[in-house]
Design a protein around this ligand. Structure first.
Ligand code: GLP
Length: 262
């Protein structure tokens, strides 16, 4: 697993955004896998800036988001559809018709999940999938105990995740306890995976993801099976790794090699 340790959240966002910019510039009709949560917001700001300054165009890009709350309309301010519009889609030249978020309000969520999987396949698969990570190691809404081969499905949230995400809901506001999420198997089929984590409260999850046993107790650990994953973390999120200096050394060697090849 490639682990890139950077000074702070701003550097994490820049490094991550550059991967997406390079991807789209290499393939204009890239299929992006996108994520919500507070961590990717700074990366989206970088993409918006890059779009405004002409460094990248989303004109032919399509996207699939990881997850959505079950029971929220896309117009609900806490829905992930609303979040994506606000944080990215409304500010770049993407055709919103080409952006997909799992339908939280479908009358038949089970069929909707199957269709979501089929739509990803019909689009040629996801070229690069962005991930955040929960404190308990969840990716998307694949909570601990999720099958490592799981597909897009309805998933019950843990109390910890509900509590962590309560900060986005106002007091007394209905907060869903169910979601639709891409499965871990779905995520593993993306051609490339970029996982971002910042802050000390993610350090244990990052340790388990990178150095722990592959286990449903830490869903993100399944990424050890993927051949092209980059985990981009700040110093705080890297603070529990056994040997962060080793990862820094590898990255400096990689950068030196790339500079030579230029
Ligand atoms: C939610 C999302 C995840 C996200 C996680 C962490 O549960 N479903 O995709 O990674 O929150 O969010 P944050 O980046 O705000 O810590």
């Amino acid at each position: 697993m490639k682990v890139v340790i950077l000074k702070d959240a701003a550097e994490v966002a820049q490094y991550g955004a550059q991967i997406f910019i390079d991807q789209i510039n290499a393939k204009a009709n890239s299929v992006l896998g996108l994520a919500t949560g507070s961590t990717p917001v700074a990366l989206y700001k970088e993409l918006i800036e890059a779009n405004k300054s002409g460094k990248v165009s989303f004109k032919d890009v399509s996207s699939f988001n990881l997850d959505e709350y079950l029971g929220l309309e896309g117009t609900h301010p806490q829905s992930y559809r609303y979040f994506m519009n606000e944080q990215l889609f409304d500010h770049v030249d993407i055709d919103k018709a080409n952006t997909q978020v799992p339908p939280g309000n479908d009358a038949n969520p089970i069929e909707a999940c199957k269709k979501y999987e089929a739509d990803i396949v019909a689009q040629g698969g996801i070229d690069v999938q962005l991930l955040g990570i929960g404190r308990n190691g969840h990716i998307g809404f694949n909570e601990p105990s999720s099958s490592l081969a799981s597909r897009t499905r309805v998933k019950t949230l843990t109390k910890e995740t509900i509590d962590d995400n309560a900060r986005f809901f106002s007091e007394g506001e209905y907060q869903p306890e169910l979601s639709i999420t891409m499965g871990i198997g779905t995520i593993l089929e993306s051609k490339k995976v970029v996982l971002l984590a910042t802050g000390e409260n993610k350090a244990e999850a990052i340790k388990q993801t990178v150095e722990g046993a592959i286990s449903a107790s830490c869903p993100a650990s399944a990424l050890q099976f993927h051949q092209d994953v980059v985990v981009i973390v700040d110093e705080a999120a890297a603070s529990q790794l056994d040997d962060p200096e080793f990862f820094k050394y590898i990255e400096s060697q990689n950068q030196a090699l790339l500079a030579k090849l230029k």
